[in-house]
Design a protein around this ligand. Structure first.
Ligand SMILES: [Zn+2]
Length: 134
């Protein structure tokens, strides 16, 4: 219901501004008919100006909210977009040990202690999941 609230606030600001402008036009036309062109136009443009200006803070709030959501989404990709549940990640990933003979570098699994080739995404024995940046 309150998802994407920033855009909802901006839409609300736009809709209420347009409703206000339509109201001002109707009121202005009514006053032109009743009291003459000068007062009618003065009230019409006065109300439009007030409605327009008073919509600024609401629109700005929407703008700030959407900007903050974007920042949050970009800094916390797994948490903010809600599309995927955050995966529990192992923090510790050991540095590979390069053998002196030039063969495939080895790592030692921090969970079970098995030594294996560094390019496995998981430990072949206990399935410990490494967390290297891709
Ligand atoms: Zn292991």
């Amino acid at each position: 219901m309150y998802d994407n609230i920033g855009n909802k606030i901006k839409t609300l600001a736009k809709i209420s501004t347009w409703i206000g402008i339509v109201f001002a036009l109707i009121l202005g036309i009514a006053l032109i008919v009743l009291l003459g062109a000068f007062i009618g136009l003065l009230v019409m443009f006065g109300v439009i100006l007030i409605v327009w200006i008073t919509s600024f803070p609401l629109y700005a709030l929407g703008e700030i909210t959407t900007t903050l959501s974007d920042i949050e989404r970009n800094t916390r990709p797994n948490l903010a977009n809600g599309a995927e549940t955050p995966k529990k990640k192992k923090i510790f990933s050991p540095a590979p040990i390069a053998p002196a003979d030039g063969s495939t570098p080895q790592i030692v699994c921090p969970k079970c202690g098995t030594q294996h080739d560094f390019d496995y995404p998981k430990c072949p024995k206990c399935k410990y999941e490494y967390n290297w940046a891709k």
